[in-house]
Design a protein around this ligand. Structure first.
Ligand SMILES: [Zn+2]
Length: 207
């Protein structure tokens, strides 16, 4: 009895330590779909300091503006995006981009339709354009949809992700939009922008 109760106490203590160790890390997570690849899956580096907490009220869609690249791995794409994000850079129009704590978006959908967790959803994203992305769940699709069209796999993943987020956070269909609804930009490109009414209908119909 003595031994087993001592073992139980030790077990509980160790279990508590483990939970305490894991909790802060996993508490940041809010993975909506089972098949979202977590940050560990693409060997994300840690995010930097300075992120702001958010409550989700909008879902906003972007494109990477880089054309589909089916040969490059998801990991390589996301690590490159993270490096770009965490450095200061001179943008195409001559403005300088400040250091961001992490990838500016919360979910990345590659050309094959794989969905990866990017910035933890509990924190505001970032933008090069003058709109405040706080409160927005930001989904980015790989591609330049001014020039090409999203793959059927990307569209299917975007539908599932958006519907999952809308249900989870109670986001009304009217608050689902594209980057170009909030800022003067071509993002997410005309070929993706024209799918957004369908996406809103899907959510408002509860399908
Ligand atoms: Zn955008």
């Amino acid at each position: 009895m003595r031994l087993s109760s001592r073992a139980t106490v030790i077990g509980l203590f160790l279990g508590g330590l483990l939970l305490a160790g894991c909790a802060p890390r996993w508490a940041e997570r809010d993975v909506i779909l089972d098949d979202v690849i977590p940050r560990e899956g693409w060997n994300a580096r840690p995010w930097l300091e300075g992120m702001q907490r958010q409550d989700i009220t909008h879902i906003t869609i972007h494109h990477t503006a880089d054309r589909h690249n089916p040969e490059r791995s998801l990991e390589a794409k996301l690590l490159a995006l993270q490096s770009f994000s965490q450095e200061t850079t001179t943008l195409w129009d001559g403005r300088s981009k400040p250091v961001w704590a992490d990838v500016p978006y919360h979910y990345f959908i590659d050309v094959h339709g794989q969905i990866a967790e990017a910035r933890p959803i509990g924190y505001c994203g970032d933008s090069n354009t003058p709109y405040d992305p706080c409160g927005h769940a930001l989904i980015v699709l790989e591609g330049n949809f001014e020039e090409e069209v999203p793959t059927p796999e990307q569209v299917a993943s975007l539908m599932r992700m958006t519907r999952g987020l809308a249900r989870h956070y109670g986001v009304d269909a009217s608050r689902i939009g594209g980057h170009n609804d909030y800022a003067e930009t071509l993002c997410p490109g005309r070929n993706l922008t024209q799918l957004l009414p369908h996406l809103r209908r899907l959510v408002s119909d509860g399908n």
